[in-house]
Design a protein around this ligand. Structure first.
Ligand code: PMP
Length: 433
């Protein structure tokens, strides 16, 4: 392609939408763990596209399933129910603890969270929603209101009843206990004391990611989600877990909440469920679904229960099972974390490594003692990585330093992972040198 006319047309016609600057090379194809530029350069994808392509790009079984569905059963009016939809609902329910039985298929994470909030409001009769200071849940009114403040310019006031808890951060503890560690129990108690004071008695739900991703890859301390669920139960609120990024083997389990001894009242899945195609699910108990139905639950989108992407969802589950990708994610994640910590032996700008499975965060600092945020270093490293053939994502959150979110496809090979780490090490060394 003629790159100058490509960019001239792109600049004339594409709306700019935030989320960092565009990559300056056109991408013309993607396969497995790689994307290919117009100049024929191959770049390793350490972000699984938008944290979604857990099976890599154009996995042959997904391509086959998509082609078959496109040629036989593509799209239906949403009150027509087809076998791929019923199969996917059953299989998701079977993969989850018993209460989570009822599945609605949608297209995006924003929609799934919006639906979850609607269910919670209907069932509890409340309308106040508790979320976390660093959560990301989407761009629609309810999901945006539950999302950290950075992306709301021009939106105006958030939804009434939007109440916010501080996000526990073990690396930069806001509240230190007698053991010198983050006193998350007290932080949670204080947070809920403020919520109780602000609430008008209409609490409906608390929504949270089991591992906060876009907000800086923050893993809650063990026991935190269970304590949070207790607080919710005491107040008659439902707990919504948003597993857009963590669901379906990404963290080494089928679902991240399995590690925490909690079962959410409502679970939302998106990104990883379609492995790069627009598919999302909101999953809840038969009891909650029944009450919501009786009270007139109405959440009806053009693509609700669409067979085409449901067929793909079934194939995603097939591949996750047959390639044993939960175990693979766990093993590679351990290796990845160990290698990232080892890089820190020579690179004092590596402040912290945290995550589970193939969802790892690498926080950069000026030095380990002060933990001062390395404001521009992350951007320089991202740029150098790209030039050397590695795509990296930097979560930039005010007050936190740049934190890389390393989330390659679960199908990445040992050699590809090694190569990516070498490029990252080289780019970090160049950037600090
Ligand atoms: N929840 C989480 C945890 C996410 O990471 C995202 C997407 N970044 C969303 C919800 C929103 O999903 P979508 O962009 O598909 O609407």
């Amino acid at each position: 392609i003629d790159e100058s006319s490509f960019w001239a047309t792109a600049n004339r016609h594409l709306t700019r939408y935030g989320g960092g600057s565009f990559i300056t090379e056109p991408i013309v194809s993607a396969s497995g763990s790689w994307v290919t530029t117009a100049a024929g350069r191959k770049v390793l994808d350490f972000t699984s596209g938008q944290m979604s392509a857990i099976l890599g790009h154009s996995h042959p079984r997904i391509v086959e399933s998509l082609a078959r569905a496109a040629g036989s059963l593509d799209h239906l009016y949403s009150n027509m129910i087809s076998p791929p939809v019923v199969d996917l609902a059953r299989r998701l329910a079977e993969s989850l603890p018993a209460p989570l039985q009822k599945v609605q298929l949608l297209s995006t994470g924003s929609e799934a969270n919006e639906a979850a909030l609607r269910l919670a409001k209907l069932v509890t009769g409340g309308w106040e929603v508790v979320s976390f200071s660093r959560s990301y849940h989407g761009v629609t009114s309810g999901s945006l209101s539950a999302t950290y403040a950075a992306g709301r310019r021009g939106y105006g006031p958030t939804m009434p009843g939007n109440l916010v808890l501080p996000t526990p951060n073990s690396y930069r503890p806001e509240l230190i206990g007698p053991d010198g560690e983050l006193d998350w129990r007290r932080q949670l108690d204080l947070g809920f004391a403020q919520i109780d004071a602000a609430s008008t008695g209409a609490l409906a739900a608390c929504i949270v990611e089991p591992i906060i991703s876009a907000g800086g890859l923050l893993v809650p301390p063990p026991g935190y989600l269970r304590a949070l669920q207790e607080k919710c139960r005491e107040r008659g609120m439902l707990l919504i877990l948003d597993e857009a990024q963590t669901g379906l083997c990404r963290t080494g389990d089928w679902y991240a909440f399995q590690d925490e001894g909690v079962v959410p009242d409502i679970l939302t899945l998106s990104k990883t469920l379609g492995a790069g195609l627009p598919l999302a699910a909101v999953i809840t108990s038969a009891e909650i679904e029944q009450t919501a139905f009786e009270r007139g639950y109405f959440f009806f989108t053009t693509h609700t229960n669409d067979p085409l992407v449901a067929a793909v969802g079934n194939t995603v589950l097939d591949v996750l099972e047959s390639e044993e990708l939960a175990a693979r994610s766990r093993d590679l994640g351990r290796r990845l974390a160990a290698r990232l910590w080892a890089l820190g032996d020579h690179l004092p700008v590596i402040g912290d490594v945290r995550g589970r499975g193939l969802l790892q965060g690498l926080e950069l600092v000026l030095d380990r003692e002060s933990k001062a945020p390395a404001e521009t270093l992350g951007d320089r490293v991202t740029q150098l990585c790209w030039e050397h053939g590695l795509h990296m994502n930097l979560a930039r959150v005010p007050g936190l330093s740049g934190t890389f979110r390393i989330a390659p496809p679960l199908t990445i090979s040992d050699d590809e992972l090694e190569l990516g780490l070498e490029i990252l090490a080289q780019s970090l060394t160049e950037a600090v040198g």
